[in-house]
Design a binder for this molecule. Structure first.
Ligand SMILES: O=C(O)CCC(=O)C(=O)O
Length: 338
């Protein structure tokens, strides 16, 4: 089945300042109407190289409780590697359409991996009214090696594979540090949160979100409001667009060069028995510039059972969530009304 990619739609000569009807969000979602324009507080920025571990744990756990999102600087991932990952991703999206289609996800595939426009997240990202999101993507696992399906790793540019392997190593280190701080922040030993979230079986899935320039960024959305499944480590390019819902208003995330954005998802909220907050977020698009982001989703395998950590549950603090296999949680999230 041929899919019309958003990247192609964006290059069609349309009447100036118009977009196809199916991309026009209802007024309740249009960014021009719903983005907060006053003085809003910034998403916390945390220096991950802070030698005062107690202070670092406090900052991370407070940000996870109050915001469900924070930016980290001095995380140790070399900026050259970040730029390289960005450049090989960009090169992939610049390939002729036919080349990109070699990596297309087939519409009936169970896995999310591959190049795509529509996805299993259709209901989540495209809203109930059949509206479309202004974005294409490429999804593939980057860790552990046993989970990687190399048919979804572009062979062109040739350094794509090696760059992704290097990034996988580095991003794991950052994620593990965040897990440790989240664990300590709950008064638990450092290893407990990671072990609850998937332990050594944690899978790392990289996505490239490609948001082409959009003639009507006031009317369209890149991704509609959603919360992530578990823990996300996201690298954006320099074009802002991520927004989070805080106290019922949509706040923009500032772009900080070389920072990574940590997003707390549902599984972390569940493991912490509600102490940490899974944050609702969405993306907007730009009139002239292409926005690209590289989230890495850190998730357990499908059979992994996630529930509130037993160390946190007491008579006074009963479990707020039922324990569920990760795959059942995903099924409910994608198929049942939230
Ligand atoms: O592009 C972004 O900044 C956010 C991406 C995102 O939320 C997602 O891919 O689920």
């Amino acid at each position: 089945m041929e899919v019309n990619r958003v990247q192609n739609i964006a290059t069609l000569s349309m009447e100036p300042n118009t977009i196809p009807e199916e991309f026009i969000r209802p007024e309740t979602e249009q960014p021009a109407i719903t983005t907060f324009e006053g003085d809003a507080p910034d998403i916390p920025t945390i220096d991950l190289s802070n030698p005062d571990q107690e202070n670092l744990v406090k900052l991370i756990s407070e940000a996870a409780e109050e915001w469900g999102i924070f930016q980290v600087v001095n995380h140790g991932i070399p900026s050259e590697l970040m730029h390289k990952l960005q450049s090989v991703g960009k090169e992939f999206f610049q390939l002729p359409q036919k080349e990109k289609e070699k990596y297309a996800r087939s519409p009936d595939a169970k896995s999310l991996q591959g190049y795509g426009t529509d996805s299993l997240f259709r209901k989540l990202h495209e809203g109930a009214q059949g509206k479309k999101a202004w974005t294409d993507h490429l999804f593939h696992k980057i860790w552990p090696p046993s989970c990687i399906d190399y048919k979804f790793w572009p062979q062109n540019p040739v350094s794509y594979g090696e760059t992704n392997e290097e990034y996988a190593k580095e991003v794991r280190r950052v994620a593990e540090k965040v897990f440790t701080c989240l664990s300590l922040g709950l008064g638990l030993e450092g290893h407990v949160m990671k072990e609850g979230a998937g332990g050594d079986e944690l899978e790392y899935m990289l996505k490239i979100n490609f948001y082409p320039p959009c003639p009507r960024p006031d009317l369209a959305l890149g991704l509609t409001p959603h919360a992530d499944f578990s823990l996300t480590v996201l690298m954006p390019n320099e074009v802002p667009g991520l927004q989070i819902l805080k106290d019922d208003i949509w706040i923009r995330a500032n772009y900080i060069p070389n920072a990574l954005i940590i997003i707390i998802g549902d599984q972390i909220q569940i493991l912490s028995n509600g102490r940490y907050k899974s944050v609702t977020h969405r993306t907007t698009v730009d009139k002239e510039r292409t926005r690209i982001s590289w989230p890495v989703f850190v998730e357990p395998p499908g059979e992994w059972v996630v529930g509130p950590l037993s160390q946190l549950v007491t008579e006074d603090n009963p479990p707020k969530y039922k324990a569920k296999k990760f795959k059942d949680y995903v099924y409910c999230k994608l198929n049942l009304p939230q």
